[in-house]
Design a protein around this ligand. Structure first.
Ligand code: KG4
Ligand code: ZN
Length: 339
């Protein structure tokens, strides 16, 4: 079955056509990074306006690239939340109207479940059960996953999400928004041992995270060296990234051990991080675990992942009515088994 998927929860307007929840026939992402870059973060009102401009051409391109006629679509899936509510409403209202116009069902999905499902888009999906680390701009959580829509939350951040910490550190270093890719690039040229930042484990045997202290440690270092030269900038980036990667990797491996899982996954925008990917891949291989992470294009926000989870939600019979609304705060859908 073919699903048109739409995503507009933050600063990317995206549409995709996905077959049976795994085969991506098209995936179009219109990024607003250039618009928000000058403000050092996403400006919600600007995001909504840009979504309004982009939604029609992005959906048209997704259907054209898939090489199908819209009459061949079986359903529409759309991000219902969490996210910026003005931004969400653009994709959400459009999706409901589009589906209604075609006389096909519309499924509302949770953005986080979209990220979780992104690993099923490639040709190396994990088998159940597995432990997944969801690391994005808004979330840092560890889940024990027993089925396509069955997650047990094992731990989450108590303060900043890891992507948020990257963005804030980038701002402190004067490197702009979004910070993840820039710091990742700089870190690759620095020495991770030159400046040692703390490893915020909280408790090595617990699954919650905390990144605000690490961010403050970078701030304190910058007070001591207020005008870092290029070499120091690289070393700060490398030291910060090493600390993040070690903590994420440790907690993921420990979670797999506690649950007796043979498969681990990392998903979300920060799953694109080169050091996290590398460190987790090596740690998993040493322990004989299989490691799964999406292709880079499906780590950050995209609509293909919305089509992947939309398929499962549709099969479960969950469809939207025209009166249903978007939601801004994180919430797991009511039929998610959340022990
Ligand atoms: O999943 P995502 O696109 O959006 C949310 O749902 O939040 O994640 C965006 C986050 C941003 O904070 C961005 O800085 C971070 O992912 N990010 C990275 C990298 N690429 C994106 N963080 C570290 N290294 C990267 N290569
Ligand atoms: Zn996201």
């Amino acid at each position: 079955m073919k699903i048109l998927a739409i995503e507009s929860s933050c600063d990317e307007t995206a549409a995709a056509v996905v077959e049976d929840g795994t085969r991506v026939l098209s995936s179009v992402v219109a990024s607003q990074v250039a618009v928000h870059h000058v403000y050092g973060g996403v400006v919600p009102e600007l995001a909504s306006r840009k979504h309004v401009e982009a939604i029609v051409p992005v959906v048209r391109e997704a259907i054209e690239t898939a090489g199908i006629d819209r009459s061949e679509l079986d359903a529409v899936a759309v991000t219902q939340g969490p996210g910026l509510v003005g931004a969400l409403l653009v994709g959400f209202s459009y999706a409901k109207a589009f589906a209604w116009g075609l006389g096909i069902p519309c499924v509302g999905v949770n953005h986080l479940e979209g990220h979780m499902s992104s690993i099923f888009l490639g040709d190396n999906p994990p088998s159940f059960p597995y432990v997944a680390l969801l690391v994005s701009g808004g979330h840092t959580s560890l889940y024990y996953v027993t089925g396509p829509t069955e997650y047990e939350l094992m731990g989450q951040t108590r303060d900043d999400a890891v992507g948020e910490a990257y963005d804030k550190v980038s701002k402190m270093l004067g490197l702009g928004y979004p910070g993840g890719v820039v710091i990742d690039g700089l870190a690759g040229k620095g020495d991770p041992k030159a400046i040692s930042f703390p490893r915020p484990y909280l408790d090595k045997k617990a699954f919650d995270f905390s990144f605000s202290g690490l961010k403050s440690a970078v701030g304190r270092h910058l007070k001591e060296f207020p005008e870092p030269d290029e070499e120091r900038l690289r070393n700060i980036a490398a030291g910060f990234q090493e600390s993040v990667a070690e903590v994420l990797c440790h907690k993921l491996m420990y979670a797999a051990k506690v649950k007796g899982c043979r498969h681990v996954a990392v998903v979300g925008g920060v799953a694109a991080n080169s050091r996290v990917r590398d460190m987790v891949a090596k740690a998993a291989s040493r322990r004989g675990l299989s490691f799964h992470t999406p292709e880079l294009k499906y780590c950050g926000d995209n609509a293909a992942m919305i089509g992947a989870i939309g398929y499962h939600r549709f099969m479960e019979g969950s469809t939207l009515g025209l009166n249903d609304d978007a939601y801004s705060r994180a919430r797991l859908p009511s039929n998610t088994k959340h022990k």
